[in-house]
Ligand binder design. Structure first.
Ligand SMILES: CC(=O)N[C@H]1[C@@H](OP(=O)(O)OP(=O)(O)OC[C@H]2O[C@@H](n3ccc(=O)[nH]c3=O)[C@H](O)[C@@H]2O)O[C@H](CO)[C@@H](O)[C@@H]1O
Ligand SMILES: C=C(OP(=O)(O)O)C(=O)O
Length: 434
């Protein structure tokens, strides 16, 4: 297990370019299984989860060619479905969350698929019911084998239908969209998730010859087609990385320009950080965050304490709540952070409290942060990264802290942030991988 030794208290200065989006990549890479033709993809981030999915596709027989630093071509013209029966498949598929999204295309093209419980962050219950309910509505048979832990699905043919999802699951919607795009007839998905990740997936499928309308809304209509063809796709900048950089800049009093941020796709993210008092200007597609000695959390119009809560898109993504929380620890004012979706994502605040932050964990979903207004810095300590976003929040805390911190289990951070130590060191951070 690798660790980061971080010497805090160094302001950053310069420019940083976000990587291609992690969660979009996991959808787009799964979608290469929808066609036997070549799919070329650009801006693929070089991060653990994405690399694991590429390896999994390769093991399944997909031809993968690296075309450049961030570009690859894929051709799924000779997929070995027997690989799904192997122990290696079990190990690979269960090591990341994104692997669940190979099911939709497998079902569409090969009429069956199976998956062990997928991996991903341990941040509370992460049920998969929406995925399997959707497949079943399309005519698939579903069986959960308790003994082996495998989810099995089978369908001699998929047939379009109307469905109202029980929740707007991100990966669930992606899976059902991919299966429906090759089903017979029309599928209507109401209460669909509509994150930029999904919009990108639907646009890609349409370029492959698919017929999806309602893209960007929670009502998707998919006319199934006989087959899909090759295409080219470029990933959006990672909005979670961008939010992390905004919080980092505020906490470390840095002057930071986030280059090519894809501002039109960020939804409410910049506004939420503005509510914490962080100034930023948009210059073309760049976001400039000036060095700010203090930032003050707004109150609601009636003067009551601000709440920042997650919500399905176009609400504030749950993946940035931990970052908003750590950023608030040095703001002026008070905020209630309400993590509605996941019940085990806020426990990392114990480490921030050890560092001197003023936080009350009200219950597993809510924490009140009383900002220190930079009256005293956090203290460097030893800690372990419990999940990807808590990990980066701890890194941000350590970079702002007085003294040295040691963050263990940084593999969690590497799951989703490309060479984060080198990229931050290049603009003034002091992070050593040990
Ligand atoms: C690989 C990937 O893309 N992972 C993302 C994906 O995970 P993933 O697709 O696994 O998450 P889901 O959207 O299925 O669900 C997230 C959580 O929110 C709950 N929920 C969801 C919808 C809803 O209407 N009500 C509700 O309570 C679910 O029960 C679950 O606990 O989306 C999550 C929610 O944005 C992100 O945190 C993950 O980073
Ligand atoms: C929770 C996350 O990822 P995963 O779904 O891959 O665990 C995340 O990206 O914040």
């Amino acid at each position: 297990m690798a660790s980061f030794r971080v010497v805090g208290g160094h302001a950053l200065n310069g420019e940083i370019t976000p990587q291609g989006a992690k969660n979009e990549s996991l959808q787009i890479l799964s979608a290469v299984l929808l066609t036997k033709e070549v799919v070329t993809i650009h801006k693929i981030p070089n991060i653990r989860d994405v690399n694991k999915l590429i390896e999994l596709l390769q093991e399944m027989g997909v031809k993968v060619q690296k075309l450049g630093e961030e570009s690859y071509s894929f051709q799924a013209d000779d997929v070995d479905i027997h690989f799904l029966e192997t122990e290696k498949y079990r190990q690979m598929a269960s090591s990341l969350r994104g692997s669940i999204m190979i099911l939709g295309p497998m079902l569409a093209r090969y009429k069956k698929g199976k998956i062990p419980q997928p991996g991903g962050d341990k941040i509370g219950r992460r049920r998969l019911d929406t995925h399997f309910d959707g497949f079943q509505k399309l005519g698939a048979k579903f069986k959960y084998e308790k003994k082996t832990g495998y989810y099995n699905i089978d369908a001699s043919h998929l047939k379009g239908t109307y469905m109202l999802l029980d929740e707007a699951s991100v990966t669930g919607t992606a899976n059902i969209v991919m299966a429906a795009s090759l089903a017979k007839g029309k599928t209507t998905i109401y209460n669909a998730a509509c994150e930029p990740y999904l919009q990108q997936l639907c646009k890609m499928i349409n370029r492959m010859g698919g017929k999806i309308s309602g893209v960007g809304s929670n009502l998707l209509v998919i006319e199934g087609v006989e087959q899909l063809g090759g295409t080219e796709h470029t990933m959006l900048p990672d909005m979670i990385e961008i939010g992390s950089f905004i919080g980092l800049a505020a906490m470390t009093q840095s002057d930071l320009t986030i280059k090519n941020a894809g501002i039109e796709h960020l939804g409410i993210i910049p506004d939420i950080f503005r509510r914490l008092g962080i100034k930023m200007d948009f210059k073309g597609d760049d976001i400039h965050i000036p060095a700010q000695e203090h930032y003050e959390i707004e109150t609601f119009i009636d003067g009551s304490i601000m709440t920042i809560a997650d919500a399905i898109w176009p609400g504030f993504t749950p993946d940035l709540l931990s970052i908003a929380l750590v950023t608030a620890t040095q703001a002026k004012g008070t905020v209630l952070i309400h993590q509605k979706m996941f019940e085990s994502r806020l426990f990392f605040v114990d480490k921030l409290i050890d560092m001197g932050a003023q936080i009350i964990l009200c219950d597993p979903h809510r924490a009140t942060v009383i900002g220190l207004n930079k009256s005293q810095p956090l203290r460097g300590i030893q800690m372990t990264s419990p999940d990807i976003r808590a990990g980066v929040s701890l890194l941000i805390a350590a970079m702002s802290a007085e003294g040295e911190s040691l963050i263990h289990n940084v593999e969690q951070i590497d799951r989703g942030y490309q060479n984060i130590d080198d990229r931050l060191n290049a603009i003034g951070a002091m992070i050593e991988r040990v």
